[in-house]
Design a protein around this ligand. Structure first.
Ligand code: F6R
Length: 600
């Protein structure tokens, strides 16, 4: 979720890079940096925090004349947000900027250290530049060195690399994360960016690089390593470009979920185990119970995970709303592992709950999307969700990455405690690998949500119902709808309807029923039948046809309930968004809400 820019040409390189990074800053900004190259030297500037800090640093420096440069805004994944960890990363005589994650960086790093390379940062990225120089030193041919380098890398990596060994060139490669190359409007100009926005107005022709495509660019032209590319025309609206062509950030973020969840799992899934480099397995020694605290959508991720911790890790788990936890004089014992979940890492109630647990001497983990936030600085351990910056106030991709991290954590603990059968573990890991495809938005599904949205604009309320993990999913579906459509909605455990709420049932009560095939199907089916018998209007979401439904959204057949969970999540997000759009609401900035709730 970092941003990349690059420039070759005769205009002001520094300005292009800084203006370009400004356009990308909305994607994440814990640090930024640029490297500028001329025939004699490479000058590098890096700063923590917002781009303004980098600009200020540069304005106080004496700059030379540069015709080549690369730049980066960082959203930390490996290594804290520090100046040392900011890109570009240096070897001896080359610099690289990188978007993605190098999964095999540890092996490569060991090999390079044995070959005499010195590492200064905690990042995975630094291996790229050392690997390049290792080959360059042997081959004395930069293009071949670069080709050899990319062949050794595993994971996701879109990179720009410059080197004093061949100072008129930028080497580029795209795999996983986006990268665009453009012919500038000025003569002999070549521009790079990880998104359209920085290029608009400065270029007309671009190549949206496909995975596995790379090459080398200079004022003499662009040489691609393969024929697998085509030129297209750049859009002209910046607003449109920032949203990657989507109508709202929320929509973009719903569509991004498949990719960010892949990023979230990179390097953490092995064939038969889950890896979390960021936590020390001894944190679970002597732990008999897990207590989770969070708010809103993050609380729903916590509730979901409680089923998984008990089912898979065989450990007692309870979940509390942070604002309730704070004042109930909770009994805290040191055999409890305290987990907080927060997209922002700044939510006042959750932060305070974490401080209380720390004060009581409990070990703590935060599952968070923002490194260097108040919670990551407070908790003993941080697991980053790697969702990239979330702009839409209604949380979407933060939730899916939280749910994936917590599912992985449940399996990690299960394995550490030796309470999971090898076949079950492998089956779970296999299912985890399928999550990105369950989160893909199919055109047909989006169309259906759009069509159905017009039927659900009146009535006296919505009940979202589900059982087991589909109950917190029902809560999340109801919260999404409330937040952006301002319609009344409740999430309820399906089996609980008959204990009171079914009294509300009539044709003007809309029931959104989550009916997975792989978990308690018959139970939820009879709960929905009870509502149908009382004339409630039913919208069923299921892979199995259900004749009593007034409306039906068919999901794919899978063999794991969590895959159904993620697909249904996307359906609920799309449905709320389409209802909100139809009502003419501001989808990204709903009334009365703020993205980060730093007050009690
Ligand atoms: C809902 C939403 C909120 C947040 C809640 C906690 O779409 O975004 O309910 O989930 O305010 O925020 P974090 O996760 O930042 O602690």
């Amino acid at each position: 979720m970092c941003g990349i820019v690059g420039y070759i040409g005769n205009q002001d390189t520094t300005n292009f890079l800084l203006d370009g990074l400004k356009e990308l800053e909305y994607r994440g900004y814990d640090s930024a940096g640029i490297a500028l190259l001329n025939d004699e030297k490479i000058d590098v500037f890096k700063a923590l925090g917002k781009l303004e800090n980098l600009k200020e640093k540069i304005s106080k420096s004496t700059l030379g004349e540069y015709h080549i440069g690369i730049g980066h805004t960082r959203w930390a994944t490996h290594g804290k947000p520090t100046e040392l960890n900011a890109h570009p990363h240096l070897g001896e005589y080359s610099y690289v900027v990188h978007n993605g994650i190098i999964e095999n960086y540890k092996e490569l790093k060991e090999e390079l250290i044995a070959d005499g390379h010195n590492f200064v940062s905690q990042t995975d990225t630094e291996v790229i530049v050392h690997l390049f120089e290792n080959y360059e030193n042997k081959l004395e041919n930069s293009t071949e060195a670069f080709k050899n380098t990319i062949q050794r890398l595993e994971g996701a990596f879109s990179i720009l690399l410059i080197s004093k060994a061949d100072p008129s060139k930028i080497f580029f490669f795209k795999h996983g994360s986006p990268l665009i190359i453009a012919r500038g409007k000025e003569e002999k100009e070549v521009l790079f960016s990880s998104s359209d926005a920085p290029l608009i107005g400065l270029a007309n022709d671009v190549v949206y690089l496909e995975d596995g495509v790379g090459g080398v660019a200079s004022t003499a032209g662009i040489e691609f390593f393969s024929d697998d590319y085509s030129w297209s025309t750049l859009p002209t609206s910046k607003q449109f470009a920032q949203k990657d062509g989507f109508r709202f950030f929320m929509e973009k973020e719903i569509y991004e979920q498949s990719d960010v969840v892949s990023d979230c799992m990179l390097g953490r899934l092995n064939d038969d185990e889950i890896l979390f480099d960021e936590i020390d397995a001894s944190v679970f020694d002597g732990i008999k119970e897990i207590k989770i605290c969070a708010c809103g959508t993050s609380y729903h991720a916590g509730l979901t995970s409680a089923y998984l911790f008990e089912r898979l890790s065989k450990i007692k788990c309870n979940v509390e709303i942070a604002s309730e936890f704070r004042y109930k004089e909770p009994l805290l014992t040191k055999d409890t592992l305290f987990i907080v979940i927060s997209q922002s890492g700044e939510t006042a109630d959750t932060l305070e709950a974490l401080k209380m647990a720390k004060k009581a001497g409990l070990k703590s983990i935060v599952v968070c999307n923002v490194d260097n936030s108040s919670m990551t600085r407070t908790a003993d351990y941080t697991i980053l969700t790697r969702a990239g910056i979330e702009k839409g106030v209604a949380s979407t991709k933060a939730f899916s990455t939280q749910a994936v991290v917590l599912w992985m954590l449940a399996l990690y603990i299960a394995k550490a405690k030796n309470v999971i059968d090898t076949n079950i573990l492998q089956n779970e890991i296999h299912a985890l690998r399928e999550v990105p495809s369950s989160l893909m938005v199919a055109d047909k599904m989006h169309e259906k949500a759009k069509r159905l949205s017009k039927r659900y604009l009146h009535g006296h309320g919505f009940f979202f119902i589900g059982r087991d993990v589909f109950f917190p999913l029902a809560l999340e579906g109801a919260l999404k709808l409330k937040e952006i459509s301002y319609l009344h909605a409740e999430g309820y455990p399906a089996g609980e309807m008959k204990h009171g709420p079914i009294a509300l049932a009539d044709p003007e009560l809309f029931t959104i029923a989550l009916m997975p095939e792989n978990l308690l199907y018959d139970k939820i089916k009879s709960n929905v039948e009870e509502l149908s018998a009382r004339d409630s209007t039913i919208c069923a979401i299921s892979p199995l046809d259900f004749e009593l439904a007034d409306d039906f959204i068919k999901t794919q057949k899978t063999d794991h309930y969590m895959l159904e969970f993620f697909e249904m999540l996307v359906v609920l997000q799309l449905l709320s968004m389409e209802i909100s759009i139809r009502l003419g609401n501001d989808v990204d900035m709903p009334r009365n809400l703020a993205k980060s709730v730093t007050v009690e």
